[in-house]
Design a protein around this ligand. Structure first.
Ligand code: TMP
Length: 209
């Protein structure tokens, strides 16, 4: 039974192939079964402008895009999505579940591309209009496992390789410690159902549902 009426903003994070998208979809199903209105977004993308930016980010060129360009485009996409979709949805009483949000920039452009973390945190503050997720699930797997699970042809960032993904993962681990009130590490090696159980029990423990 629902004891909370406040709409929540929940994000899923992790390296490529960690299984977060599956978990995000299952959570939405559960929340909708509980009678909540839920908006799903995925980053980069989610608005006309942001999808165009996604296309540049994931499919244009090879190695020539600088880490700074990548960070600015990721956060440009985020600013549009936040203003156009996320904030209005929360204001209208809808829950928002995001497949990636600001932590991805800290992990990929900070950990992966070695851009200064504190600067990226500032950039995110600007791009998100200072909106913070209420809760973030970091679905943790080793890069080798993530690589095995990836389907289809890899995008420009996935092509950066296993060492890159390892650095991204290390940054996620660091962020989980630093923002321990908000980020919950979930072991992505368990079955889909048992991971979902952990996610639901976390929401119950926090009185979100
Ligand atoms: P996806 O594969 O989860 O759709 O994400 C697209 C890629 O973009 C993925 O490799 C992670 C990367 N990414 C960043 O590098 N920085 C960001 O801020 C976001 C949102 C995604």
């Amino acid at each position: 039974m629902s004891i909370s009426v406040k709409p929540r903003f929940i994000t899923f994070e992790g390296i490529d192939g960690c299984g977060k998208s599956t978990q995000a979809k299952l959570l939405i199903q559960k929340l909708e079964d509980e009678g909540k209105e839920v908006v799903f977004v995925r980053e980069p993308g989610g608005t006309d402008i942001s999808e165009q930016v996604r296309n540049i980010l994931l499919h244009s060129g090879g190695d020539e895009m600088t880490g700074r360009t990548e960070a600015l485009l990721m956060t440009a996409s985020r600013a549009q999505l936040t203003k156009e979709v996320i904030i209005p949805s929360l204001d209208n009483g809808k829950w928002v579940v995001a497949d990636r949000y600001a932590d991805s920039t800290l992990a990929y452009q900070g950990g992966g591309r070695t851009i200064d973390l504190e600067w990226l945190i500032e950039l995110n503050q600007f791009a998100t209009f200072a909106l913070q997720p209420d809760l973030t699930f970091f679905v943790d797997v080793l890069p080798e496992i993530g690589f095995e699970r990836q389907g289809g042809s890899p995008d420009r960032i996935e092509r950066a390789g296993l060492d890159f993904q390892a650095n991204v993962r290390q940054m996620y681990l660091k962020l989980t410690k630093r923002f321990s009130d908000r980020i919950v590490l979930v072991d992505g090696n368990h079955t889909i159902d048992s991971i979902q159980d952990v996610i639901i029990s976390t929401l119950i423990k926090r009185n979100f549902i």
